[in-house]
Design a protein around this ligand. Structure first.
Ligand code: ASP
Length: 315
């Protein structure tokens, strides 16, 4: 019997309490991680995941999510999925009924979700449309000195897509992909991530969250890690895998996280933005690192009083 523990990135507090309830009643880490991320995907005040996520440059929300099981290193992901509010559950279904594959994207992922009976939904809210329109206005203004655009669509996309990608800046406050890692009482460890990806991204762009070893990696021998932020950097260094490799070499969790961020930070990248990571070991040690001050991750154990925020070490 292991002592259950669950950690999550900023804003995972929308889902961790329910996941903890499950874990403490003996549920599997897989059930707990899925439950946590579903609640985060349903949080319409969070614009970086699920319903009310921020859209791509065409005004369409495209979601990425993945799950990895520590004992088998089974991995399942979906990428660029439209109109399905719970990509983490579609990823789980891939894990369970399509084990010959690891990753489904776009139309194929949506076909699979439809076959499996998942409900579709309009994921844009009034607020996310307003945010999208505002960003288009700013962008077109700077291209043509006008302030006349009112609706998103292909024409606007052609004018603005590249500039939007360049102009994107994270909002104030915590933002980005949500990571959750749980260890259950049976000793199994599962890591999951869910995201609407980079706002205003090129349609079809898939980030680190759907790529094994980049945004998500779990190996029960050493631990699990996941990433938030600049997905292309996480992909280029295979960030989550690199953190787990650090754990395997005997680094403490904070150092394993910091070592990966340092390597990512050395790469040339004109679109550089914050990259954060966190990890958990099978014996319950955990850590997190960030390039910016004030960044935290969440923890629940039998000893914490609900969700406890832990400071990430800074690069
Ligand atoms: N990692 C996400 C991606 O690259 C973005 C984020 O976390 O903000 O899609």
């Amino acid at each position: 019997m292991s002592t259950p523990i669950i950690i999550g990135s900023e804003r995972s507090e929308a889902g961790l309490p329910r996941a903890w309830e499950l874990l403490s009643q003996g549920a599997s880490a897989l059930d707990a991680v899925e439950a946590a991320l579903r609640d985060c995907e349903d949080n319409v005040n969070d614009h970086y995941v699920g319903t009310a996520g921020l859209p791509n440059a065409r005004g369409e929300i495209e979601l990425d999510a993945s799950l990895m099981v520590g004992s088998s290193r089974a991995f399942a992901a979906v990428g660029a999925v439209k109109n399905y509010p719970h990509p983490i559950s579609i990823a789980r279904r891939v894990l369970e009924v399509l084990p010959q594959h690891c990753l489904l994207v776009g139309e194929g992922a949506e076909l699979f979700a439809q076959e499996q009976g998942f409900e579709t939904a309009d994921l844009m809210t009034e607020e996310t449309w307003e945010m999208f329109r505002e960003q288009l206005k700013v962008s077109r203004d700077s291209v043509e000195g006008e302030n006349t655009l009112s609706a998103p669509g292909d024409d606007i996309y052609r004018v603005t897509a590249l500039e939007l990608v360049r102009r994107f800046r994270p909002h104030d406050g915590p933002w980005g992909t949500i990571n959750v890692i749980a260890l259950d009482e049976h000793g199994e460890m599962v890591s999951g991530v869910s995201t609407s990806g980079y706002p205003w991204k090129y349609p079809g762009r898939i980030g680190d969250s759907a790529i094994v070893g980049a945004g998500n990696y779990c190996d029960l021998r050493f631990g699990a890690a996941a990433c938030t932020g600049r997905g292309e950097l996480a992909m280029r260094v295979t960030g989550a895998r690199m953190v787990v490799d650090g754990l395997a070499r005997g680094l403490e969790p904070d150092d394993a996280c910091r070592t990966m961020l340092r390597e990512a930070g050395d790469l040339p990248d004109p679109f550089r933005a914050e990259l954060r990571t966190l990890c958990l070991t099978p014996d319950g040690r955990h850590g997190g690192a960030s390039g910016q001050p004030g960044s935290t991750y969440n923890l629940i154990t039998p000893d914490t009083d609900g969700v406890q925020a832990i400071a990430r070490v800074q690069l």
